[in-house]
Design a protein around this ligand. Sequence first.
Ligand code: UDP
Length: 245
Amino acid sequence: MKINVLGVGFDNVTMDEAVARGIELMEQPGFHYVVTPNPEFVLAAEKDEEFRRVLNGADLVIPDGIGVIFSAKLLGTPLKSRVPGIEFSAGMLAHMDKVGGRVFLLGAKPGVAELAGQRIKEQFPNLTICGTHDGYFKEDEPVVQAVKAANADLLFVCLGAPRQEKFMAQHGPELGAKLAMGLGGSLDVYAGVVERAPERWQKLNLEWAYRLKKEPKRIGRMAKLPLILVKAVKARLTGGMKEEV
Ligand code: UDP
């Protein structure tokens, strides 16, 4: 059963459970996709019905962002833990390394995916980076064909939300991959272009604050985040979040 946080249904999984589910999905026939919603996604999905449908149509919905965890708690349906997309992706890469799988990296500014590929290969030498492509393209079709031709097992889709989720849902099986994962700015982190918060900040659930410190221009985007908590309290008080998603 999914945990409904303001209209988005989350899987109630720990990091290990999420990776185990991801591996299971890769072993099943057909195409599957994973989404990693944070509070910004949830607020955007309230206004964008297609985005909400695409999030709820994913095979695995992992809670990325402490605001989602707090909201679920306020709603009276707590989630087990935060599952940062970047850590989930590292777990999936470790599996690819173990089985000698093929990974395609799509997204970020020109050159970043290649650099991320080199870094990933240093850490996971037994997997194959079967292709890369930047995320600043106008037409989807040539990119879909490039991914398909690369015959990937696992596909990173790092175009920012909601574009990455809509891309996975729209092109799905055409991509030829077993599993696609929408991972926001992860390629920037793998490439070393953007640093993740030090562990101390992560442990204090202050990763968002570190990001704000590094990229002050995010203040506009972040200012509306407390809204998710207010909405969660309101939904709890009016008993409005009981329906299944
Ligand atoms: N991006 C992209 N194509 C675009 C817009 C963004 O590939 O048209 C990339 C951008 O370079 C960045 C990622 O998508 O690497 C999104 O980063 P953001 O910080 O918005 O994502 P978050 O990690 O906050 O989900």
